[in-house]
Design a protein around this ligand. Structure first.
Ligand code: MG
Length: 294
């Protein structure tokens, strides 16, 4: 009897169990072969995108911050000028140890990245993947297209008004050009024309002293001494430490700091910011190793 009941229960349960069994899947036709993914086009390499000079050049050309920093430098120079004139002494004591007493006052300016903006030359070099070369630089100088550094023309005009001579000492090099063989130093006329066109007025040739002119070296001490022979140097304005004091080629960061500490920054020496190039960069043969991480 019990066996008969079990068989009956089993008979009743079997259909229910078969309802729980999933139906056998219908056969799937062969899937079409998956095409290989199309090769992803490599991102186009933008020339200059990885150039280490890119950001600094863009800062000079595009940043409002750069414009204001340059203007601040010349505003500081203008604020300091009355004291620089009133107080005895020279901004170039090494070249003018007697303080220049009795001589008419002059302010000595560097040219490149101090009063003229050559960032387009940097931009061209970045886009061409080239480093600085004398021929490409001379081509740029010959074009006379450098713009004025913001704040510089106004300060130079204020100097002239105050009876102070602006004198320019530049490491633009005198070198003959095949197309102007009659000129010893075509770079001099080009620079004077560039300065005139950008609001610096008429600079007499004797007030622009170039590298290699009269045998002058790249160090500016001899040219500061030449200015000191005629004027009392009341102020120096530049974008490189070497515009204020000669810096040995081997000077490291510590030596450069020592030279700067012995100077007259913010009183008779005014620095114009130039993040693009300079002795500071040349003093770092391994820039990555020079990065500070703490
Ligand atoms: Mg300069």
């Amino acid at each position: 009897m019990r066996l008969r009941l079990s068989l009956l229960a089993l008979a009743l349960l079997l259909p229910a169990c078969s309802a729980l069994t999933p139906p056998r899947a219908a056969p799937v036709p062969d899937a079409p072969p998956v095409p290989a993914p199309a090769p992803v086009a490599a991102a186009p390499v933008v020339k200059g995108a990885n150039d280490p000079r890119l950001l600094a050049t863009l800062y000079v050309q595009q940043a409002e911050e750069a414009r204001r920093a340059a203007e601040q430098a010349f505003a500081l120079a203008a604020l300091r000028l009355p004291d620089a004139l009133r107080k005895t002494g020279s901004a170039a004591p090494l070249e003018q140890p007697d303080g220049g007493k009795g001589k008419p006052p002059a302010v000595v300016f560097d040219v490149d990245e101090t009063v003229l903006d050559n960032s387009p030359y940097q931009a061209r070099a970045i886009l061409a993947g080239e480093r600085f070369t004398a021929p490409t630089w001379d081509q740029w100088v010959s074009e006379k297209k450098a713009a004025a550094i913001p704040g510089a023309p106004g300060f130079v005009a204020a100097l002239r008004k105050a009876g102070v001579r602006p004198v320019f000492v530049t490491n633009r090099a005198c070198a003959p050009r095949p197309d102007r063989p009659e000129e010893d130093c075509p770079q001099k006329a080009d620079t004077i024309a560039n300065l005139r066109a950008t609001g610096f007025g008429e600079v007499p040739p004797e007030d622009l002293l170039l590298y290699k002119e009269q045998g002058w070296t790249a160090d500016k001490s001899k040219r500061r001494a030449a200015v000191a022979a005629k004027y009392r140097i009341v102020m120096l304005v530049g974008d490189q430490l070497g515009d204020f004091v000669d810096v040995p080629r081997t000077a490291d960061r510590t030596a450069r700091r020592t030279l700067a500490d012995a100077g007259q920054f913010s009183t008779r020496w005014v620095m114009v910011p130039n993040p693009m190039y300079g002795g500071w960069a040349d003093s770092l043969p391994d820039p990555v190793a020079a990065l500070r991480v703490d």
